[in-house]
Design a binder for this molecule. Structure first.
Ligand SMILES: NC(=O)c1ccc[n+]([C@@H]2O[C@H](COP(=O)([O-])OP(=O)(O)OC[C@H]3O[C@@H](n4cnc5c(N)ncnc54)[C@H](OP(=O)(O)O)[C@@H]3O)[C@@H](O)[C@H]2O)c1
Length: 366
C-alpha cells in the first residue's frame, strides 16, 4: 500500500513539473506595469478578456524580454499577452533618405543613432524602424551605445515587399537582425500589402515560433481590405498590431472598428500629421493646449494615448523628443476629447493615400 501511495505521489509530482515547464513564460514585469484601464474601447485592441491565440514563445531569444513602464509610459497588452510601451519614437527621416551615397547613408544612420540615444535618455523604450528607412544599422548601434539593456526596449522593424515569400522572408529576418545587431525583434511588420504577403506571413509565423520575434504586425493593410482579410483567413497567428496613418484629421473609425473585431492593436504613424502647419496651428488644439499649459504637439499625443492607440511620433530634435514624452502628467477632459474627435475629416483628412491594387508592382520591383 505504502509503495502504491509513493508511486502515486511521484506521478503527481512529475506531472506538475511537466506542466510548469510547458506553460508560457510570463514577463517578470507583470506587477510593475501601469494600469491601462483608462484606455477606452475605441482603441481597436487591448481587450484584456480576449483569449490569446498563441502565447509569445517561452523559449528562444525573445523569452528574455523584460519591458517595464518608464517615465509613466503605459504598457498596452497585445492579443498574445505581450506588453508594448504605448508611446514610441518613429525613426524614419524622409529628408535624408534619398541620398544613397556612402556619406548620405552615414549621415542618415548617424542622425537616427543620435535621436535614439536621446530618446532612450528621455525614457523612451519603444522604437519604430524599417528596412525601407535604411537606418537599422544606426538604430541598432544606438541601443548598444546607450547602455540600456536590450531586453528593456521594444524594437520594431518592417520587411519590404521585395523580401516577401515563403522561404525568402525567413532569410530577410535574419539579415534584419544582423543589421540591427539583435538576437530578436519585438515586432516585425509587413510594411505594405503587396507581392507575396501570404508567403511572408508564413515565414513570420515560423520566426515567431523560433523566438526571433515577439509580435507580428501588418502595416498599411487598411488600404487594401482584401489583403487584410486574406491575412486573417490564412494566418495561424492573428496579427497583434496594425500600423496605419492616424491623427486628429484622419481618425480612421472604420479601420479601428475592423481591427477591434480581432483584438488587433492600432499603432499610429504620422501622429503629428508629419508636422503639417494646419494641424499644429489648429485653433481648437491651440485653445486646449493653452488651458493645460502644454504644446499642441503634447495635446495631440495625449489624445492618441487616451484613445488607446500606440503612437510613434518622429523627431531628431532632442528638445522635441523630451517634450513629446511629457504627456503623462495631465489628462484631457471628456469634452476636450470630443472637441478633438470633431476634427476628424475621415479619409479626406489623410496626408498619404495610395491605391494598393495599382501600386503593388511598384513595391515589389523597387
Ligand atoms: N508604416 C508606414 O508606412 C509609415 C509611414 C510613415 C511613417 N511611419 C513611422 O511613423 C513615424 C512618424 O512619422 P513621421 O515622423 O513621418 O511624422 P510625424 O511623427 O507625424 O511628424 C514628425 C515631424 O514632427 C516634428 N516634430 C516632432 N515633435 C515635435 C515637437 N514637439 N514640436 C514641433 N515639431 C515636432 C518633427 O520634426 P523634428 O525632427 O524637428 O522634431 C518631424 O518633422 C515615422 O518616423 C515612422 O517610424 C510609418
Amino acid at each position: 500500500m505504502k509503495k502504491m501511495i509513493a508511486l502515486l505521489l511521484t506521478l503527481v509530482l512529475a506531472l506538475s513539473m511537466l506542466t510548469a515547464c510547458s506553460s508560457p513564460q510570463k514577463n517578470s514585469d507583470q506587477d510593475t506595469t501601469q494600469s491601462t484601464e483608462e484606455t477606452p474601447a475605441r482603441n481597436g485592441g487591448n481587450d484584456e478578456s480576449a483569449v490569446p491565440e498563441l502565447e509569445s514563445p517561452a523559449e528562444g531569444p525573445a523569452s528574455v524580454s523584460n519591458i517595464a513602464s518608464v517615465e509613466n509610459v503605459p504598457l498596452l497588452t497585445l492579443n498574445n499577452g505581450v506588453q508594448i510601451p504605448q508611446l514610441g519614437l518613429g525613426t524614419q527621416i524622409q529628408r535624408l533618405e534619398n541620398d544613397a551615397s556612402e556619406s548620405g547613408r552615414k549621415l542618415l544612420n548617424d542622425t537616427s543613432h543620435d535621436a535614439v540615444v536621446a530618446a532612450l535618455q528621455s525614457g523612451y523604450r519603444h522604437f519604430d524602424t524599417a528596412h525601407g528607412y535604411n537606418n537599422e544599422t544606426g538604430v541598432g548601434q544606438a541601443i548598444i551605445d546607450s547602455g540600456v539593456p536590450r531586453e528593456e526596449i521594444w524594437v520594431t522593424s518592417k520587411l519590404w515587399p521585395s523580401e516577401y515569400g515563403e522561404g525568402t522572408t525567413i532569410q530577410a529576418i535574419d539579415d534584419m537582425l544582423e543589421r540591427l545587431q539583435l538576437d530578436y525583434l519585438d515586432c516585425i511588420y509587413l510594411h505594405h500589402p503587396a507581392g507575396d504577403y501570404l508567403g511572408a506571413w508564413k515565414d513570420l509565423e515560423e520566426a515567431y515560433k523560433q523566438g526571433k520575434v515577439r509580435a507580428l504586425g501588418i502595416s498599411n493593410f487598411d488600404n487594401w481590405p482584401e489583403a487584410f482579410d486574406a491575412i486573417i483567413d490564412n494566418s495561424e497567428i492573428t496579427p497583434q498590431i496594425l500600423q496605419i496613418e492616424c491623427h486628429p484629421f484622419a481618425q480612421r473609425l472604420e479601420t479601428r472598428e475592423l481591427a477591434g473585431q480581432y483584438d488587433i492593436q492600432i499603432e499610429c504613424w504620422y501622429p503629428l500629421g508629419h508636422a503639417d502647419d494646419r494641424l499644429l496651428n489648429n485653433d481648437v488644439l491651440s485653445k486646449i493646449a493653452e488651458a493645460h499649459d502644454k504644446s499642441v504637439v503634447q495635446i495631440i499625443l495625449r489624445w492618441h494615448m487616451q484613445e488607446g492607440f500606440s503612437a510613434v511620433p518622429g523627431s531628431t530634435n532632442p528638445d522635441h523628443i523630451q517634450e513629446n514624452i511629457e504627456i503623462f502628467d495631465f489628462e484631457l477632459f471628456d469634452e476636450e476629447m470630443e472637441q478633438i474627435r470633431d476634427l476628424d475629416q475621415g479619409e479626406d483628412g489623410r496626408y498619404f493615400n495610395l491605391n494598393y491594387e495599382q501600386m503593388g508592382g511598384f513595391f515589389t520591383n523597387r
